[in-house]
Design a protein around this ligand. Sequence first.
Ligand code: ACO
Ligand SMILES: O=CC(=O)O
Ligand code: MG
Length: 531
Amino acid sequence: MAVPSEKFVSQSAEIHTDHPGYADILTSEALAFLARLHRYAEPRRQSLLQARRQRQARYDAGCLPDFRVDTRAIRESEWTVAPIPAALQDRRVEITGPVERKMIINALNSGAKVFMADFEDSSAPSFANQLEGQIHLRDAVNGTLEYRSPEGKHYRVGSDPAVLVVRPRGWHLPERHVSVDGETMAGALVDFGLFVFHNARTLQARDLGPYFYLPKLEAMEEAALWDEVMALAEDELGLPCGSMKATVLIETLPAVFQMHEILHALRRRAVGLNCGRWDYIFSYLKTLRGHRDRLLPERGQVVMTVPFLKAYSELLIQTCHRRGAFAMGGMAAQIPIKGDDEANDNAMAKVRADKLREVQAGHDGTWVAHPALVPVAKEIFDRHMPSPNQLHVRREDVEANRDALIAPCGGTISRAGFDNNVEVALRYTAAWLEGLGCVPIHHLMEDAATAEIARAQLWQWLHHGSLEFPDHAPIDFAWFDHALAAHTHRLRESSLPGARRADDAAQLLATLTHADQLGDFLTLPAYAQLA
Ligand SMILES: CC(=O)SCCNC(=O)CCNC(=O)[C@H](O)C(C)(C)COP(=O)(O)OP(=O)(O)OC[C@H]1O[C@@H](n2cnc3c(N)ncnc32)[C@H](O)[C@@H]1OP(=O)(O)O
Ligand SMILES: O=CC(=O)O
Ligand SMILES: [Mg+2]
């Protein structure tokens, strides 16, 4: 049913929506709060994004990332993060997922210690998705979240739910439906601002946060801006300073060289760092896009035991534990496979091996993508981590070695690996344009980060030229164009997620892959086409 467009105006914050149900999220007080956050943070956000571009220009000109000289004192002096709240002391298994009503209930009831409600990698940020997510989270915090499926199954949050941690969008993404003083707001501040405005006091009254995961940071100054935004919000909402807590995803290559600095910038509220391995691999590709000697092989070969990823995860553990913060592991891409026991056993064995590596290396917890994986990961962490965390594992054997962190990664590019990247990038982008931020493809969880790897690898392999498949056939644009046309046809004719947007996704992928420069984010041009 068509509903009239509503327009809310409050102290220069303007929002357009066709859904009357958003009125109790987009109250004039909430919009005024968003406007204050925007005015405080926007000039700095813009200059931080500019600093990213300047850094990348230096890498493109041949420089390699390294530890900072000007922040040596932070790395070398002794300090720790502020005490960590009781609710976050044991994070052995964290489930992540989009902010969809049924999935939130399932995640909260999954037996995981933490649920990361995701406005980021697993969300296609249509205004409807983001605002409905806010409604669902508000209902979850108020204890009223329920869902009745079309089959009549009734979903309700149980008595011992996971602790809620929210991941807003990264600093780079705009929210074009919200403007202040004629400027488009940052998606990050809209997600963060609406969540804290509606829930912070309720959570605080229950000694439960608000708690956040902060994605895609590249520098300590970006962490400092988050710290100040949270301090401003605490002040505005009457919360004690430092009551909002943050776990930072170390998922960009520049950030791995500033882990102490990032924790230091957030030290009154930092509780840990997380190995966001998929964006980290994407960032390795993007940061080193001009360096032919650092091409990556096909995605299946870039596993956590290759030298540059092993060095990253071990240095993260050492850094966190020296500072009294938790070192969270990351996401294995395997999900349960229905109707094929052998394939499912193999997938579960891969998840188990990944979690065993993490707990034995010293991680304090890990991520899973699906409720059926909670007991799998929990069993491993329970067996190898009897205490709530392993802050005592100091990993003093680990060396902060720049060359190890950017070590080239040997391997091959098979036709199947190339073809899989075309299929994943296409199908994910098409599903995203339909409003789905996470989809299973060939029994793997695919989200924005994994799709970024797929399309960045295609660009890298094609633009560095003279690469060959193992049978010596050239890896060239003719092969790419042919594979893209074949997958687009197949998707368009299917009933898979993304079928309706197959052609739009194909056009976007072709443009990005043929472009002279590797685009910063797939989701930026795609956002222009998202409803
Ligand atoms: C790189 C990163 O950033 S990783 C973090 C971001 N990525 C994620 O969070 C991944 C989240 N996972 C998902 O979205 C899903 O698991 C998918 C898309 C991969 C697979 O979803 P589906 O195909 O629906 O899985 P499946 O059919 O097996 O689901 C079975 C049940 O589990 C539920 N479920 C699946 N994944 C989740 C989850 N992450 N959280 C809560 N519930 C879930 C389904 O809703 C379904 O519930 P129901 O039985 O009550 O109907
Ligand atoms: O956000 C997590 C990642 O792996 O990327
Ligand atoms: Mg990520």
